[in-house]
Design a binder for this molecule. Structure first.
Ligand code: IVH
Length: 684
């Protein structure tokens, strides 16, 4: 029997139901608008729904829930993400590369506990780890892994991901813990990735290199509506209960429970009682890796029993009770259509492979560097050959070598051209140098490369000034050197082909905005040999303005931490060159900021007074992230190894810096030792 409308309790119930219905309806419209790109209501109708919900919530403030669309931050969110210290550190995983590593791991951990060990095998999703904090069953905070101890608060963005539950399905009989952190992986399915890059391409925006980067970029948006448009997905793989009792005593049971309360859990997860079956599972997952619809880079094997896990414990870097089984890089064969030669900003001539497009390691590959003339000769790859291709370090495409059985008859070894493909000048190879160079400073390919480098992400970061545009402007005579960029105007650009008024305006605005980038980026942009971003930052900080650097002697430059005699010579020579002086004069006349803060680095940290050099790639940190962690503890990062260097951190494929460190007796840290140093500080 419906009660009369005047009964306040019934009023409240009706309002509560209406509010829930409105939230659901608005969520559906949001999805249609942001995700599917096919809104079914007008903006006015949408606004009316929002207004009604706001009124209801104003009448009953207790109806306001954090996941209500009324609580969403508006278009522009905070400029930076607030730091979040994780309740329980987010560790990384140790790696196994083959069955023998896997068996060795199982033998190691078996000694740490009495009784048999059961395992759970899971696909290793190639996305980003996320920590979701639920208080009384509601999502209150989402944070990235960050350095494992401190992450970033990305709650507003994560709240837009449909598969992350905002409220858990709890019942009186099966309540959820009062405070619980659920961890899992946010990733972008391959189809969504392809669609996103298609849209980016059509809009003239930058393409993402792979789904992982796309997911990371989408999550770190200042504007959560952009995240909402990116079709991210999520799988949960762990729960940390810090308040209340664990809802299960094994990992497998925990995953089942997570699923019951509303989390998506990967369907390819299985439990095993012996390691041989785990190895078979890893092989099975590897065989399926390209038919899952999302990228994985291995399998994760975990001890099932939570009490056993607690006994096994963790190191600073990783738990002992889990291991990542990494897949070897995938190889494919394709036809080498041709070998081209590209000319870099210093005139270096680099051979590259033009391939029949092939999908390998998660993306389509059409070009691959062949490094230098000797490398082509060593591999003896010839146009027309069928070649094996893979991603080195799973990122950079690489030609492994020819499939000789498929070599066309009468094929001849490829010979390095004697002339520059751009200007026709001679390609010169001096003495024992690995590279050939085009020595014509007027060469337009070199000009293009110099300007592209100046405008590029590592330097002035001018959006819309990519290689194609720069080539067009150089050919049209608008640009000769980087200094000319600041003389571009809408009037001069609009007459060009494929240049709408709007693009011209955007480009001119981006150019103007780059004037404020500061001295370190300008120095980097000059592309002086050996003078990379780290060294440029050190010099900019030490001198504070361009004129003082230009006046510095080699000896003075060498006195800067991280600047050795080779870089110092190179900088000095660059400032003496009339061509560079002309560029700098133009930049000064255009009003660029040619100063830098000379603020001292952070002090008082555990790494104060230590200098680090980074080489190679670390498993779970980019070079910038590693440098930030060092600097956060008062340490310094420099670009070259000297006797003054405290440590060299060497990741995979380290360069000559490692050899140098060894010859100078500088301590070398691998990724694990580096993580230990960050966690515990230096031993002395
Ligand atoms: S468990 C302490 N399970 O791999 C154990 N991690 O290399 C924490 N990852 O940062 C991780 N799929 O982002 C676990 N099924 C899975 C995973 C997984 C992907 C990622 C995660 C972690 C990284 C470690």
């Amino acid at each position: 029997m419906p009660a009369p409308a005047s009964d306040p309790s019934t009023d409240r119930r009706a309002d509560e139901q209406r509010a829930a219905a409105l939230r659901a309806e608005i969520a559906e419209h949001d999805e249609r608008y942001y995700v599917l790109d096919e809104p079914s209501v007008s903006d006015a109708e949408y606004d009316a729904l929002m207004r009604e919900l706001r009124e209801l919530e104003a009448r009953h403030p207790d109806l306001v829930v954090p996941e209500s669309p009324t609580q969403r931050p508006g278009g522009a969110a905070a400029a930076t993400f607030a730091p979040v210290v994780h309740d329980v550190a987010m560790r990384s995983l140790d790696n196994a590369f083959d069955d023998a590593d896997l068996v060795a791991w199982s033998e190691r951990i078996a000694k740490l506990v009495p009784g048999p060990v059961a395992y759970v095998g899971e696909p290793k999703l190639d996305g980003l780890a996320i920590s979701l904090l639920y208080v009384d069953g509601r999502l209150v905070r989402a944070a990235t892994r960050g350095d494992g101890v401190t992450g970033e608060d990305v709650t507003a963005n994560v709240a837009t991901i449909a598969s992350v539950p905002a409220v858990l399905k709890a019942t009186k009989a099966a309540p959820v813990p009062a405070r619980m952190e659920v961890r899992g992986e946010i990733f972008m399915p391959l189809e969504a990735f392809a669609a996103l890059n298609r849209r980016q391409g059509e809009a003239g925006d930058r393409l993402f290199a792979n789904p992982r980067n796309a997911a990371a970029g989408s999550l770190r948006q200042k504007d959560a509506t952009v995240t909402a448009s990116r079709a991210l997905d999520f799988y949960a793989y762990q729960a940390e209960v810090t308040d209340g009792t664990l809802p299960a005593d094994s990992h497998h049971a925990m995953l089942t429970w997570l699923q019951r309360v509303g989390f998506p859990v990967n369907p390819h997860i299985e439990r095993f009682t012996d390691i041989a079956a785990v190895a078979e599972f890893c092989a099975r997952v590897e065989a399926q890796r390209h038919s899952l619809g999302y990228d994985i880079d291995g399998a994760v094997v975990k001890v099932d029993d939570l009490a056993q896990r607690a006994e096994m414990g963790s190191t600073a870097r990783a738990p002992r009770w889990a291991i990542a089984f990494k897949f070897p890089p995938e190889e494919k064969t394709t036809v080498l259509r041709d070998i081209g030669v590209s000319i870099g900003r210093t005139g270096r001539a680099t051979p590259y492979a033009v391939l029949e497009p092939v999908f390998v390691g998660g993306s389509t590959v059409e070009f691959a560097t062949l490094h230098n003339p000797d490398e082509v000769a060593r591999k003896d790859v010839r146009p027309g050959d069928t070649v094996t291709v893979r991603k080195a370090g799973d990122v950079i495409p690489e030609v492994v070598g020819p499939v000789l059985a498929k070599r066309p008859k009468r094929s001849k070894p490829w010979t390095f051209p004697a002339e520059c493909p751009s200007c026709g000048g001679p390609l010169v190879r001096l003495g024992d140098e690995a590279d050939a160079h085009c020595v014509n400073v007027e060469c337009s390919a070199q000009r293009v490369a110099r300007i592209v480098y100046f405008a590029g992400r590592g330097a002035m970061d001018i959006e819309g000034l990519g290689e194609e545009r720069v080539r067009q402007f150089v050919d049209a005579g608008l640009l000769v050197d980087p200094g000319d960029i600041y003389a571009l105007t809408v009037e001069r650009l609009v007459p060009l082909e494929r240049m709408a008024a709007k693009s011209a305006e955007n480009l001119v605005a981006a150019v103007a905005a780059s004037k404020a980038q500061g001295l370190a980026r300008v120095l980097t942009g000059l592309g002086v040999r050996h003078f990379g971003p780290t060294a440029a930052q050190a010099v900019a900080r030490a001198y504070g303005d361009l004129d003082r650097i230009a006046a510095a002697s080699v000896e003075e430059l060498t006195a800067i931490e991280g600047i050795g005699p080779v870089i110092a010579e190179s900088i000095h020579a660059a400032f003496a060159s009339p061509a560079n002086r002309r560029v700098l004069d133009k930049l000064r006349a255009a009003g660029l900021d040619l100063t830098a803060p000379t603020a001292p680095a952070a002090t008082g940290g555990a790494l104060e007074g230590r200098t680090f050099v980074l080489t190679g790639t670390l498993d779970d940190l980019t070079r910038d992230e590693a440098a930030a962690l060092i600097e956060a503890q008062g340490g310094k990062v420099t670009g070259s190894v000297s006797k003054k260097t405290s440590y060299v951190v060497a990741g995979a494929s380290p360069g000559s810096k490692l050899t140098k460190a060894e010859s100078l007796g500088v301590p070398v840290l691998d990724g694990d030792a580096f993580a230990r140093l960050l966690a515990h500080g230096p031993e002395d």
